[in-house]
Design a protein around this ligand. Structure first.
Ligand SMILES: Nc1ncnc2c1ncn2[C@@H]1O[C@H](COP(=O)(O)OS(=O)(=O)O)[C@@H](OP(=O)(O)O)[C@H]1O
Ligand SMILES: Nc1ncnc2c1ncn2[C@@H]1O[C@H](COP(=O)(O)OP(=O)(O)O)[C@@H](O)[C@H]1O
Length: 199
């Protein structure tokens, strides 16, 4: 890849702070991470629904959907996962700049990739939400029957089976999705946002 030259960063006249002021709330990225089937999409969507209901400007970036469009050229090699997360991180940053609370639901298995995304943001704008669930329970749920396929050898490099998942060391929020209901998990996230005066 050749790096382009002669490009200049343009400051826009309307700032992130202007947009936050207009919206009447802060903006941030709620970065859900966890195994397939842990509940990232379910909880991220439920959080967004509740924010929407409360009149907060929100958006959901979901793994499967982004992989149908923006990242349809990427697979599940370590390199492709890193590039997947890098691009999503940049998109999430744009949403935060636009004044929204953006929820993202990607496995994002590598700690260094998540840390690279965190580094794109200002302090307290990036909120790592670890959806912690034992793999046995994820495999029991198996909402897309992917664990079954991975066990049969029909999917290679499946996270938790033959591709690693590096759990966050100091996530802002940990949701034990095998112990709390979806509603309780949503409330835990909203309580955090209220505590930080984001909403
Ligand atoms: N090999 C392999 N490993 C893990 N997951 C796989 C794989 N192949 C397909 N899928 C499906 O793709 C979804 C994960 O995509 P992500 O973009 O979140 O993955 S990653 O963050 O780049 O690791 C994941 O979605 P979730 O189940 O919602 O996590 C799966 O449905
Ligand atoms: N407490 C819970 N939190 C989240 N999901 C739960 C919970 N209990 C059961 N589930 C179920 O587990 C599955 C999680 O799937 P999904 O949200 O697609 O996970 P992921 O996006 O992490 O792959 C869904 O079928 C959901 O209904």
């Amino acid at each position: 890849m050749t790096k382009p030259t002669n490009i200049t960063w343009h400051e826009t006249s309307i700032s992130k702070e202007n947009r936050r002021e207009k919206n009447g709330h802060g903006s941030c990225a709620l970065w859900f991470t966890g195994l397939s089937g842990s509940g990232k999409s379910t909880i991220a969507n439920a959080v967004s629904n509740e924010l929407f209901r409360q009149g907060i400007s929100e958006y959901v970036l979901d793994g499967d959907n982004i992989r149908h469009g923006l990242n349809k050229d990427l697979g599940f090699s370590d390199y492709d996962r890193t590039e997947n997360i890098r691009r999503i991180g940049e998109v999430a940053k744009l949403f935060v700049d636009s004044g929204k609370v953006v929820t993202t639901a990607f496995i994002s298995p590598f700690r260094s990739d998540r840390d690279q995304v965190r580094a794109l943001f200002e302090e307290e704008e990036f909120i790592e939400v670890f959806v912690q669930c034992p793999i046995e329970e994820c495999e029991r749920r198996d909402p897309k029957q992917l664990y079954a396929k991975a066990r049969r050898g029909e999917i290679k490099d499946f996270t938790g089976i033959d591709s690693p998942y590096e759990a966050p060391e100091q996530p802002e929020i940990t949701l034990h999705s095998d112990q709390v209901t979806i509603e309780e998990a949503v409330e835990q996230v909203l309580t955090y946002l209220r505590g930080k005066n984001i909403i």
